[in-house]
Ligand binder design. Structure first.
Ligand code: CMP
Length: 143
């Protein structure tokens, strides 16, 4: 079953959007298989954003993601990687459609509330960067 990595960034936590965001993925029908509330180390931030190392905004990205606690999550379901990206909306919240998380709650590209893996390869990489195997729980609803 497909899995993706999502992280509610410090702005999402500080604005009290954790419950709202988790509710959207639950209501959609995806399955939460990993969840932790954590302070991100500089080392983890630099690894996570390694692909942006040469970008002018790299230092700011690392600074921001380490500035306060984040909610790191793994969600499971058919097509969850692409569906989560749709539910999150465009990188720049000003371009994100209403009804998406960034479209409904954000205005700033550097403070865009939530990160979601953009493709199957990055999802695999990010899940294993942020979570140990034993921190992930495979389960199915019996209802
Ligand atoms: P995220 O999905 O976490 O992945 C990379 C992040 O870089 C992205 O969300 C934005 O928050 C940030 N980002 C992308 N482009 C810019 C930019 N031009 N200026 C500042 N931050 C950016």
């Amino acid at each position: 079953m497909e899995r993706t990595f999502l992280a509610i960034k410090p702005d999402g936590v500080q604005r009290g959007l954790v419950g709202e965001i988790i509710s959207r993925f639950e209501a959609k029908g995806f399955t939460l298989v990993g969840l932790k509330f954590m302070q991100v180390s500089r080392e983890l931030a630099e690894q996570h954003y390694g692909v942006h190392r040469e970008k002018p905004f790299f230092a700011g990205l690392v600074e921001f993601i380490t500035s306060g606690p984040v909610v790191a999550m793994v969600w499971e379901g058919d097509g969850v990687i692409a569906a989560a990206r749709k539910m999150i909306g465009a990188t720049n919240p000003l371009n994100a459609e209403p009804g998406t998380i960034r479209g409904d709650f954000g205005v700033d590209i550097g403070r865009n509330i939530i990160h979601g893996s953009d493709a199957p390869e990055t999802a695999t990489q990010e899940v294993s960067l942020w979570f140990k195997d034993e921190e992930l729980v495979s389960w199915q609803s019996s209802l």
